[in-house]
Design a protein around this ligand. Structure first.
Ligand SMILES: *Cc1c(COP(=O)(O)O)cnc(C)c1O
Length: 222
């Protein structure tokens, strides 16, 4: 895999429909790996740590679209507010307000996804479906002019059980479709990683976040 970033990208791109966005998850990987994907024509990269993404943004070509896919600490939003393209893991109204505040300082509208809790295993992060519908319907939410919630994001349980994965993905797709009826800004459903992106796409994903299948295994756990 080490020398095959371009080849891995080509194989994955060929296997996913054109209307599905591929986010190349480059966390922990050096700039030279990102540049290899960049020179192969790829522009959308995902990171899960704000500091690491900021450093890479400063060093790498400015037409890269940076997606923040990790858990957010509100106090760090300010460091990426001037450039981040999409924030996937918004899991509280407080964070949404902080993003709005920081985006306003830069006269920007920042695209966000609300993270839904779909995994059956214990996870700390993510909103329940009820919490998401409450946020989207609230007046305070509609007063936030510098953020735009363009969709939802979910992480399935870490398991090989295909039936369980399918249930988790399809439950989010059904909820997403329901919400879309009332909120037409919802266009993006981010679900699927290296091990399960094909199943996620079959179950309605429009954006997949793929790391190790492109860049190889990560050297350390994050
Ligand atoms: C690391 C990460 C990914 C990519 O994981 P792979 O299994 O390497 O494809 C996707 N989504 C999130 C939120 C991640 O943190």
């Amino acid at each position: 895999m080490i020398a095959g970033i371009k080849e891995n990208l080509e194989i994955i791109k060929a296997s996913i429909p054109e209307n599905v966005t591929l986010v190349a998850v480059s966390k922990t990987k050096p700039n030279k790996d990102i540049l290899e994907a960049y020179h192969a024509g790829h522009r959308v990269f995902g990171e899960n740590k704000i500091q690491e993404m900021v450093a890479k943004h400063e060093e790498l070509p400015k037409d890269i679209q940076w997606h923040m896919i990790g858990h957010l600490q509100s106090n760090k939003v300010k460091y990426m507010a001037h450039f981040v393209d999409l924030i996937h893991g918004v899991d509280s109204f407080k964070t949404l307000k902080e993003i709005n505040k920081q985006a306003k300082k830069h006269n920007r509208v920042i695209n966000c996804l609300l993270q839904a809790k779909i995994a059956k295993e214990y996870t700390k992060f993510g909103l329940s479906f009820d919490e998401i519908s409450t946020i989207l319907a609230s007046e305070e939410f509609s007063s936030l002019k510098n953020i735009k919630v363009i969709g939802l994001m979910g992480m399935a349980t870490f398991t090989d059980n295909q039936e369980q994965l399918k249930d988790e993905f399809s439950s989010l797709k059904i909820f997403f479709d329901q919400q879309q009826q009332n909120h037409s800004t919802l266009t993006t459903l981010s679900m699927g990683m290296s091990g399960d992106y094909e199943l996620a796409i079959e179950n309605g994903s429009s954006m997949v976040r793929v790391g190790s299948a492109i860049f190889g295994a990560r050297n350390y756990i994050v």
